[in-house]
Structure formats: structure tokens, C-alpha cells
Ligand binder design. Structure first.
Ligand code: HPA
Length: 247
């Protein structure tokens, strides 16, 4: 049984090189996940792949059924999840095409179904979220990047915004004051639901663009985001293959 799942984001709706063994279309108490679970082999190791925005990249960040996605992966029997996501770079190190293994999160999202612990509770449940990402899985990602010479920033605070619009310059200035290094739209509630489900969760972010008002540009072009993500995803594929060999 696969130990690891990969949730692919923008630029990673399928895992190149994955030899597909079977597809699963699970239902969950929360509805259907964004895409079928694709069970397959990558570099000789079992892995499960889920496309966060759907196979055709049609589900916007605020409409993703995060609960169904995490529930489906939990019930597929995986124990760890690597989340891949495109982000905007806020602080100086976070330049386009770099990989980032974030270590903290600030959640600016709203109105998303963000917990498994709201109905049929024997008692009110609070998870610890001091360190939102799984330390051991982060360390594996960092070590693989070092060994493979993949240029990655080994820390960073991920600010999760609601989307689907990009942010205003003032919002990014505020996020920087808050301590955010990168900005994306899908990191929450995915990370906290994984913690609630008892899954070890870590993220690999690909910086797609300078966030609003950063890097000297006055508008953010989607074409630029897509181009840079494509470059970054080649590194992500190498990272995932090598990670599977280590686990
Ligand atoms: N902001 C939010 N999410 C993103 C960005 C951004 O600039 N780039 C890629 N995902």
C-alpha cells in the first residue's frame, strides 16, 4: 500500500512518469474529492496522486472540497502527504522559479469548510498546530533538495489567501508586516485538515511570480505565472521521485 500521497496544484495536474496502476473514485461523507485518486508507481515506489483543482484544472481555490480530498487520502491508507503548490514570492529570497519548503502558515481564508470536528462530537476537539507542517517529512524534502542540488529555500511562512483574485499591493505589504514570505490560495485548510486526520503533511511551493507590488512590476501576468510554474515543476518531479526512494 502506498505510504505517500502527492496533492498536485497549478502546473501539476498529473505526475509525469507515473505508471498508473489503478484509479479510484471514492465517495466520502463530505462529497467527492477534486479528482480520482491515481494509484501508481514513480521511480519504482508506490504513490497516490490527487489533482487539487481537478484533472482539467477547473476548481478554483475557494471551491475545492478540502475535506473530501483529505478524507479520501486518509481512507486510501496513506500516512503522509506532500502538497505541491504555486505561490507568489513576498520576501527577497522568494524569487520566481525557486522551490520553498515552508515551515509556518498564516490563514487569511474565510468561509471554507475547514474542520472535521464540528458534528457528532463526543467532546470539543482542538488539534495542536504550533508547527503546522510535519517536521520529519519537511526534513526529508530538505535533504533531497540538498543532495540533488535543487535550489530550495528551507523555511518560510505561507500566507493563505482566499482567491481566486490575486492580492492588492497593500494586502501584500500587510502580509509582509505579518511575517509572510510567500502567498498562495490553497495551503489552508488543507494543512490543518491533514493534521486533524493524523496525516503527516508538508508542502513544496514553487514560486510562480513576485507577489503584487514586489519585483518592480505593476501587474501580474497569468502567462508569466504559467511559464515559471512549468520551469519549477520539473524540479518538483525530481524532488518527488527522489523523496520516494528515501521514505
Ligand atoms: N498570490 C496568491 N496565490 C498565488 C500567487 C500570488 O501572487 N501566485 C501563485 N499563486
Amino acid at each position: 500500500m502506498a505510504e505517500l500521497a502527492v496533492i498536485g496544484g497549478t502546473g501539476l495536474t498529473a505526475l509525469e512518469g507515473l505508471e498508473i496502476v489503478r484509479e479510484e473514485h471514492p465517495g466520502t461523507p463530505f462529497g467527492a474529492p477534486s479528482s480520482p485518486l491515481v494509484h501508481g508507481m514513480l521511480g519504482g515506489r508506490e504513490v497516490v496522486f490527487l489533482a487539487r483543482h481537478g484533472r482539467e484544472h477547473t476548481i478554483p481555490p475557494h471551491r475545492i472540497n478540502y475535506r473530501a480530498n483529505i478524507h479520501a487520502l486518509k481512507h486510501a491508507g496513506v500516512r503522509r502527504v506532500v502538497a505541491v503548490a504555486a505561490v507568489g514570492g513576498i520576501t527577497a529570497e522568494m524569487s520566481p522559479a525557486r522551490l520553498v519548503i515552508p515551515d509556518q502558515i498564516i490563514d487569511y481564508t474565510y468561509g471554507r469548510r475547514h474542520t472535521f470536528f464540528e458534528e457528532d462530537l463526543g467532546e470539543v476537539t482542538h488539534i495542536d498546530f504550533t508547527e503546522p507542517y510535519d517536521a520529519a517529512l519537511r526534513e526529508h524534502l530538505i535533504q533531497v533538495c540538498r543532495v540533488e542540488g535543487l535550489d530550495a529555500v528551507e523555511h518560510g511562512t505561507y500566507g493563505a489567501t482566499q482567491g481566486p483574485r490575486l492580492e492588492s499591493r497593500a494586502e501584500i505589504t500587510r502580509m509582509e508586516r505579518d511575517g509572510c514570505d510567500i502567498v498562495g490560495m490553497t495551503g489552508m485548510p488543507e494543512a490543518s485538515l491533514a493534521r486533524e486526520a493524523g496525516l503527516g503533511y508538508a508542502a513544496c511551493a514553487v514560486v510562480a511570480n513576485w507577489a503584487a507590488g514586489k519585483g518592480g512590476q505593476t501587474v501580474i501576468e497569468m502567462a508569466e505565472i504559467e511559464r515559471t510554474v512549468r520551469q519549477g515543476m520539473d524540479k518538483v518531479r525530481t524532488l518527488l521521485e527522489r523523496l520516494l526512494l528515501r521514505l
